[in-house]
Design a protein around this ligand. Structure first.
Ligand code: CAA
Ligand code: NAI
Length: 246
């Protein structure tokens, strides 16, 4: 019960890594706001966790839309009474080589992966400052650290997330709020299911552990950064990628 009675907002919790995080956090005693654009899947997954006895509720949100994020935060405060942890996990890809990438696809990824992270953090911080404690965990990527063919837009946002993480760690540390990031490698979710097999095989060969990661591998890293065991960890980016690049 490493998160007993902690209230966590997890964005992108309907699928993939966010869903695994919701399950892991629930088992550790957290009360969870599962926030996602995908209302149907998200509310079904939340209902399943509630039926298992966990304190979980679904909230529909578009992280790219500030008004939607503000409503999310107000609704979560109304429902759970506080916010201890924000997992900024929602993200999208719109891959394309630089010469083919449209301005729309560049902007769309920025809106969700960069502005979305900013929106959610800015919206939860007043409540965390008021209670004098909080954890914000952002999701970067191996692509943001080392670059990746076909991911101009995505890599830019995931590198930007690292910069925001360090900045907020400096701004918010004295207010009792730790801010860290996780940089996953290639993880088996819907996001990587769209990657051509040839690229996946190449990636597997580059990973010293010899496999793609599982959503639970990232959920465990979120758990560490949300728990008391990381109370002196601030501003770091934890690479959870099987050692794909060092
Ligand atoms: N390394 C080196 N060269 C590569 C490459 C790679 N990883 N991927 C593609 N290329 C090369 C191709 O071999 C090809 O070379 P030639 O022109 O000499 O034949 C050239 O780049 C163009 O490739 P495509 O023919 O595939 O071009 P396309 O326009 O049809 O598609 C693409 C481009 C959409 C980027 C497609 O290659 C693709 O989907 N690649 C995978 C991108 C990727 O890794 N995305 C990760 C998604 S998962 C995720 O984002 C999670 C995370 O955080 C890691
Ligand atoms: P996924 O595609 O399985 O799940 C993403 C979730 O985010 C979906 O439920 C989707 O509905 C939600 N979402 C998308 N746009 C949203 C929006 N505007 N508002 C609210 N919710 C929205 O993806 P996955 O793999 O679980 O990714 C989770 C995070 O991990 C993302 O930030 C991704 O960039 C990052 N990541 C994933 C890696 C991978 O290999 N799967 C590797 C590195 C980072």
């Amino acid at each position: 019960m490493r998160l007993k009675d902690k209230v966590a907002i997890i964005t992108g919790a309907a699928n993939g890594i966010g869903l695994a995080a919701a399950k892991t956090f629930a088992r550790e005693g957290a009360r969870i706001a599962m926030a996602d654009f995908d209302e149907e899947t998200g509310s079904n997954r939340a209902a399943e966790l509630s039926a298992d006895g966990y304190d979980v509720a679904f909230f529909q949100v578009n992280v790219a839309d500030r008004a939607s994020v503000d409503s999310l935060v107000q609704n979560v405060l109304g429902y759970f009474g506080k916010i201890d942890i924000l997992i900024n996990n929602a993200g999208i890809t719109r891959d394309g080589m630089l010469h083919k990438l449209s301005a729309e696809d560049f902007q769309k990824v920025v809106d969700v992966n960069l502005t979305g992270v900013f929106n959610c953090a800015q919206a939860v911080v007043p409540a965390m400052v008021q209670q004098g404690s909080g954890r914000i965990i952002n999701t970067s990527s191996v692509s943001g650290i080392y670059g990746n063919v076909g991911q101009t837009n995505y890599a830019a946002t995931k590198a930007g997330v690292v910069g925001m993480t360090k900045t907020w760690a400096k701004e918010l540390g004295r207010k009792g709020i730790n801010v860290n990031a996780v940089a996953p490698g290639f993880i088996e979710t819907g996001m990587t299911a769209a990657v051509p097999d040839k690229v996946i095989e190449q990636m597997k060969m580059l990973v010293p552990l010899g496999r793609l990661g599982l959503p639970e591998d990232i959920a465990d890293a979120y758990l560490f950064l949300a728990s008391d065991e990381s109370k002196y960890v601030n501003g770091t980016t934890l690479h959870v990628d099987g050692g794909i690049m060092m």
